[in-house]
Design a protein around this ligand. Sequence first.
Ligand SMILES: Cc1ncc(COP(=O)(O)O)c(C=O)c1O
Length: 374
Amino acid sequence: MDHIPILNLKPQLAALRGEIQSAMDEVLDATAFINGPAVRAFESAAAEYLGVRHAVGLNSGTDALVIGLRALGIGPGDEVITSPFSFFATAESISAVGATPVFVDIDEESFNIDVSLIEAAITERTKAILPVHLFGRPAQMDALLALARTNGLTVLEDCAQSIGARYGSGADDAPRQTGSLGDAGAFSFFPTKNLGAYGDGGLFVTDSDELAQTARKLSNHGSIERYRNEILGYNSRLDSLQAAVLNVKLPHLDTWNNARRAVAGRYGELLGDIPGVLTPEITPGHVFHQYTVRLTEVDPDGGRDRVVERMSAAGVSAMVYYPLPQDELPVYAGRFPACPVSHRLGSQVISLPIWPELEGETQARVAQALAQAL
Ligand SMILES: Cc1ncc(COP(=O)(O)O)c(C=O)c1O
């Protein structure tokens, strides 16, 4: 039997290959490789889809965070509150602008920052909160934004894993896209993301004219007008070939995200009765970039890793996002107070194969491999 990968991008490519090739051919024919019409078209389509006034195409999600933080005026001496349980680019971007990440522990149900712990972490130096909508599940933005407002902090959302996810609490409060809730949002188009390019790509979004103008300037060597460089910036633009791919894919994103939610629902049924497996809640706005369960009864010292090895031997890939919270990575180790929940979850989490076209029969094999490995 075939090995089941963690992600299979081939069905999506097979369905769209002709359209993607024509869109790429258009870029080749126009020889407009940087900042061409495909980039402008994608920026306006993305802004409309996300419900924001401005979208600035960039080189990567990491650059969207770095440029976003700089546009918000964050730099040396400032503190930025964020989640320890994320990919390193989150904290790395804070350090890259010379600021200090302040890690606030997570809520074990959602894997996202525990908003009830934020207030105690605010100091005179705190300038911003950088929530991560991890695995595609929106963080608790109502409470987080209220805290930010009361304390005069700006909010930059890390939406690298959450494109298309919606957040809204009340009945008459229509759910809004992540990235449109705070002052600004940062997205990634790394190929494995829910909206993936065929190389690196990112996007900075905001409703503020000023922030958008600064982000665009920063992305282009600090200049809007050619050869009039006003500030020190970067070379970080979304290239036209990636924008061409994204233009074809964006109209399908909601369908793919709905399919991911259906896959998650089926996993919930298949895994719900296995003792020691805690499955994630299926919330309506969750876009399941990852389907991540907790193995609550394994030995914290390597038990989970042995489960992953056994599953692999049975022909099923499973991944661990993330074995070490950011504060415990070698680059930061020993510099920050412990975050016990995120530390514990780091030894329990396991992400299972998920992609929109994943079939029920394959999921049943995954569930069986997990049950046997346990
Ligand atoms: C939560 C998070 N933030 C930031 C990034 C950085 O995005 P990129 O790889 O496009 O630089 C990623 C993804 O790789 C991510 O998962």
